[in-house]
Design a protein around this ligand. Structure first.
Ligand code: GRF
Length: 189
């Protein structure tokens, strides 16, 4: 894994429930291997913001009514907070090529499938419908195309005949919470 030279401050971008964010916060508190100093949310009602407020992490809300204006705000926030890495965790927006280039630091994402299979949404149902034996999760670098950047790590999960979308999601999410902090730790330390 490629190592980054810089501080150990990261920004996490969320849109909703925020269980990956919570796993990252818990890992960082327990191990002190990196600090989550900043969070961006495009949803003021994101459940993940409760962990942010509880842990007194600085956050920026963007409404995306105007993408380029929201991205400018994101860029200024990231720059001001001097973070070394951006981790997308359920962030439901595609970052523009322009922003990715401008940010200059690595941007990573976690996706609930074994990429390049099942980019986009509804990954678990699609894997079940296609009678896949395995699915899983992938941590990858972010580029301007949806779920298409270079893969950093994957964890495979067996799909049982008894599995449905919910049970598969639960099993995969558990693995997401394990691999995402580890990958970020590996990149920063
Ligand atoms: C996760 O399944 C993640 O892989 C995907 O979006 C979901 C976010 O869940 N990108 P949470 O908000 O972290 O609970």
């Amino acid at each position: 894994m490629e190592k980054l030279i810089g501080n150990k401050n990261i920004a996490v971008f969320i849109s909703g429930r925020g269980t990956n964010l919570k796993a990252l916060i818990n890992f960082s508190k327990k191990t002190k291997r990196f600090n989550i100093t900043s969070v961006v949310s495009d949803n003021k009602d994101a459940k993940g913001l409760t962990f942010v407020k509880k842990n007194k992490i600085k956050y920026l809300l963007v409404n995306y009514k105007n993408k380029s204006c929201s991205e400018k705000k994101i860029y200024n926030f990231i720059k001001k907070e001097k973070v070394s890495l951006v981790a997308l965790a359920g962030f439901m927006r595609i970052l523009s090529k322009k922003l990715i280039k401008k940010i200059k630091i690595p941007i990573v994402n976690i996706h609930p499938s074994l990429l390049p299979k099942y980019k986009g949404l509804n990954t678990h149902q699609r894997a079940i419908d296609n009678k896949e034996k395995y699915s899983g999760c992938t941590v990858h670098y972010v580029n301007e195309r949806l779920d298409s950047g270079k893969v950093i790590m994957q964890k495979r999960v067996k799909i049982l005949l008894s599995d449905n979308k919910k049970s598969l999601e639960k099993k995969i999410l558990k693995e997401e919470h394990i691999i995402y902090p580890r990958v970020i730790d590996g990149l920063l330390n």
